[in-house]
Design a protein around this ligand. Structure first.
Ligand code: G3I
Length: 374
């Protein structure tokens, strides 16, 4: 039995009253995050027919051998965090540079990991030349060339592609909930269907995913997003678009209102469309949580376990990917930094590559997940 439960965070927690979330602090006080054996996450997930993996970058794996070793031990799938984005792959209009993504693909296959593709069509991380060159006359050809070349380059080697990323944004006020992006402006709403069809042609074996964020919480914003995403998926399925899965990013927050019933219902609606579900970018922003590390880690771990226990109950969920593995490398350092100057701790391993309570919470969620039968 391996446990962190003996750590007495209670005394430290007693002085803490988080305005929006007093329940979590008391609810976690007796929480036992113990697990049986030290089996890594990839094996625990695999025992249930699930895949666990994480996003990382070429530079990180190249320079940090301790991290690379841990990554290979814990992860059965590698997601290039930035290397397959347009900005990274397309130094100029006429050229593609696969040097860094090929390095990751090699690392993945050497360590017997699956590889994900992230992402083909997104309104962010576009190269500088994009704005000057792409217009409504050439956008279709340019998208076609990109998808054919990039998906073709990795054909047969990719588990799943995030074909379209973050195309829904109800705040933009369109009746269909779509985001105003350059692609929508140049190609109209069928750009999504077009992208999926091109990707299916270039690699018939890869699972084709629509990926988005803001789908988790019991807020009007997330509710509107769930409705619009569902509407989009229904439309795509009804017109025969080869979308095969929904990617739920799951950038969780320490203090947002969680409603298991609503989330379950959404997952079921997606599954009923005949789609698989992948949790694609899981992490927990803890910048609003208390400073004390023991308390903070407990709260973060509880969020991981609560979220995963709901999500993994839906057997259409086939994989869980965290957006990073160690607190040493996380986008949240820059994006959701702590006002108290402390380093953020959103991931399963700490900055020294030691397992945190969040790791134990994930391990428990995998251990308790229902077996997937294919
Ligand atoms: O490549 C340059 C490097 O040359 C330079 O030294 C460095 C200086 O800061 O910047 C490097 O580029 C940065 C890149 O990350 C690599 O670290 C970009 O400026 C920065 O914008 C980029 O941020 C990434 C962001 O997506 C935008 O593409 C984050 O790492 C990445 O975690 C984040 O991931 C997104 C998913 O793709 C989609 N879902 C949300 C998620 C979090 O924002």
């Amino acid at each position: 039995m391996s446990t962190f439960a003996g750590t007495d965070a209670l005394a430290i927690a007693s002085g803490y009253r988080h305005q929006n979330n007093p329940i979590q602090v008391t609810a976690q006080k007796n929480k036992d995050f113990s697990v049986v054996e030290n089996t890594p996450l990839r094996k625990r997930a695999a025992a249930k027919g699930l895949i666990y993996g994480a996003a990382t970058q070429t530079s990180t794996l190249c320079l940090d051998t301790k991290f690379a070793t841990k990554f290979a031990q814990e992860c059965a799938m590698l997601v290039p965090e930035n290397e397959l984005k347009w900005k990274a792959l397309r130094p100029s209009f006429n050229s593609f540079d696969f040097t860094r993504s090929d390095w990751l693909a090699h690392f993945a296959s050497t360590n017997k990991m699956l590889l994900r593709g992230h992402t083909l069509v997104w309104h962010e991380s576009l190269p500088q030349w994009f704005k000057a060159i792409v217009n409504n006359r050439n956008a279709e050809q340019i998208m076609l060339k990109h998808i054919t070349t990039v998906v073709g380059h990795y054909a047969g080697k990719i588990h799943s592609w995030d074909v379209v990323n973050e195309a829904v944004f109800p705040e933009h006020g369109r009746a269909d909930g779509l985001r105003n992006t350059p692609w929508l402006k140049f190609l109209g709403l069928n750009y999504i269907d077009f992208a999926f069809r091109m990707a299916a042609q270039a690699d018939p074996k890869a699972l084709l995913v629509y990926n988005d964020y803001g789908l988790e919480y019991d807020t009007p914003g997330d509710e509107a997003k769930r409705t619009a995403v569902l509407k989009l998926l229904e439309r795509l399925k009804s017109q025969g678009t080869p979308v095969q899965a929904l990617g739920i990013q799951a950038h969780l927050e320490g203090e947002a209102p969680f409603n298991a019933k609503k989330l379950k219902a959404f997952l079921k609606n997606v599954a009923d469309l005949g789609l698989k579900i992948i949790i694609t970018e899981l992490d927990v922003a803890e910048n609003m949580l208390p400073k004390n590390i023991l308390v903070r880690d407990r709260l973060v771990a509880k969020i991981y376990e609560d979220y995963l226990s709901v999500v993994l109950d839906e057997t259409a969920v086939i994989a869980v990917l965290t957006w990073g593995l160690s607190d040493r490398y996380t986008w949240l350092r820059d994006q959701k930094f702590r006002k108290d100057g402390e380093t953020v701790r959103p991931l399963p391993l700490d900055a020294q590559m030691e397992r945190k309570l969040a790791w134990y919470a994930m391990a428990r969620a995998f251990d308790q997940a229902p077996m997937r039968v294919f």
